[in-house]
Ligand binder design. Structure first.
Ligand SMILES: C[S@@+](CC[C@H](N)C(=O)[O-])C[C@H]1O[C@@H](n2cnc3c(N)ncnc32)[C@H](O)[C@@H]1O
Length: 234
């Protein structure tokens, strides 16, 4: 029987084209086919742009669509279909790369592929190549210590406002990704936790459009921007 190919989940870092690992570059160069996810409305992929200089002209690029909806059945179906496409390439014996921004197993579309592949092609050989996360890049950009000594760090999503922040008690540091909607509630929860004063937001870290907000209240008066994260501390 023909040997199946191998799937690499590759993180290309958060946006600065120099924040990609040597290992990611090698695997991207070796790929027969590259998959990445983009919203069904928009086929542009920043991950492909960052990987661009290392993609061989003979490598096929396939942008997988995923619906911008929280309707579970639609999302499930889209990811099952996408995983089946990747599995087809693996069955042909190809070296397959799935590109993601930041790290592939941190709030990433590659997580769907990992879970679904267990059902679609349980024998698939898979390797994850870690990438620099957005919150590591942002703390480095600010020369700001993310966590030290015996402290803890909570990494959470701000998509539903401040609810996650209100659930925490003994955490000194917090990184909030998807901090673009419900900013007023996020700020209120950070104030309740005594973390608002030492809070800073970074949008488009490492990109031309990068913006730093030293006062989190300023986020409330601008249009929501998906590519925003907050670092805050007690
Ligand atoms: C779906 S998560 C992807 C996280 C990514 N896998 C990582 O390792 O950082 C998307 C969120 O990450 C954050 N993010 C990703 N890249 C960013 C950047 N360059 N600047 C600021 N925030 C970023 C934003 O909060 C955005 O809403």
């Amino acid at each position: 029987m023909e040997k199946t190919g191998k799937l690499y989940g590759v993180g290309v870092g958060p946006g600065d084209p120099e924040l990609i690992t040597v290992k990611a570059v090698r695997v991207i160069k070796e790929a027969d086919i590259i998959f990445t996810a983009a919203s069904s409305k928009n086929s542009y992929s920043l991950a492909v742009e960052i990987a661009g200089p290392y993609i061989s002209p003979s490598t096929k690029i396939h942008i997988l669509g995923f619906p911008m909806t929280k309707e579970e059945p639609l999302v499930e179906k889209a990811w099952m279909d996408n995983t089946k496409e990747i599995a087809l390439a693996l069955k042909k014996g190809l070296t397959v790369v799935f590109l993601t921004l930041g790290d592939p197993i941190t709030y990433s579309t590659f997580g769907y592929i990992l879970k679904k592949m267990k059902h679609v092609l349980p024998t698939a050989r898979i390797e994850t190549i870690p990438g620099i996360t957005s919150f590591h890049a942002a703390s480095a950009r600010l020369n700001r210590i993310l966590v030290e000594g015996e402290e803890s760090l909570l990494v959470t999503s701000g998509a539903f406002g401040g609810s996650q922040i209100r659930n925490i008690k003994q955490v000194e540091n917090i990184a909030i990704v998807k901090a673009y909607k419900n900013i007023k509630d996020i700020n209120a929860a950070l104030k309740e936790a005594g973390m608002h004063k030492k809070g800073v937001a970074v949008s488009h870290c490492g990109r031309k459009k990068e913006k730093i907000f030293d006062n989190l209240d300023d986020l409330e008066t601008r249009a929501p921007d998906y590519w925003t994260l907050i670092l805050a501390a007690k």
